[in-house]
Write a protein that binds this ligand. Structure first.
Ligand code: NI
Ligand code: MN
Length: 229
């Protein structure tokens, strides 16, 4: 079975498999690089890595319109409820924990970053997601620095690693190459770059470095572009 991945700009991805649609970190209406607005986003599940606005801004509206179930850390889950998302549509997790859902399994992995919600409240600890769905293992690192424990995350084999390369707020391109070496994924794609000038990066050059230095296939698409894993 294959999984279709669509980059919606910044750290927002649509994942489609087995007729179910997952949306990671929706930030569309205020993202100058987003190919669609939030009212066009469809989702059965929404996954949030941490509370920063550039990852959660459109999540409450999309969740309320679509009835999607939202997976987030405990504190971001509380924020979703304050924003009017039904409590029975919020699944709260914390690092190291996983949940079985209709699409498969989602495990919340560690990330080195910060987290606060748009209303200024404490946003809990940031994380990433290791997803097992449709026979594939997908790792969305979230906003993070490079960390050695990525070797542990890669132990079971990873079909796709989604890594930030923007620098300043997350790993930059060089550390993201080291992350590919730690994770050893079959494929990797970059995110969290070119949204604003401070995180402008040359993704094609990064992909060339991935191919020179690792065994992974680096896939670079424009916002709105899709590929299959
Ligand atoms: Ni962040
Ligand atoms: Mn961010």
């Amino acid at each position: 079975m294959s999984v279709k991945i669509t980059w919606l700009g910044h750290s927002c991805f649509a994942v489609e498999a087995d007729g179910l649609r997952l949306l990671i970190d929706p930030y569309l209406n205020d993202n100058p690089a987003a190919p669609i607005k939030a009212d066009k986003a469809e989702a059965d599940f929404i996954l949030l890595t941490h509370g920063h606005f550039d990852h959660v801004a459109d999540a409450p509206a999309i969740a309320k319109r679509t009835g999607a179930t939202v997976l987030a850390n405990y504190e971001v889950g509380e924020w979703l409820k304050r924003e009017g998302v039904a409590a029975d549509k919020v699944v709260q997790i914390n690092p190291g924990g996983g949940v079985q859902q209709p699409f498969g399994r989602a495990k919340f992995t560690i990330a080195h970053h910060s987290s606060s919600t748009p209303d200024g409240a404490y946003g809990g600890v940031p994380g990433g997601f290791l997803l097992e769905l449709a026979g594939k293992r997908l790792y969305f690192a979230g906003d993070t620095a490079l960390f050695l424990d990525m070797k542990l995350i890669g132990l079971g084999g990873i079909d796709l690693a989604v890594l930030p390369i923007g620098d300043q707020f997350t790993m930059g391109p060089e550390d993201a190459i080291e992350a590919v070496k730690f994770l050893n994924p079959k494929k990797t794609t970059p995110c969290h770059y070119n949204t604003w000038p401070p995180i402008a990066q040359d993704a094609a050059a990064w992909a060339e470095d991935v191919h020179r230095q690792t065994a992974a296939e680096a896939i670079v698409v424009e916002p709105g572009g899709s590929f299959v894993v």
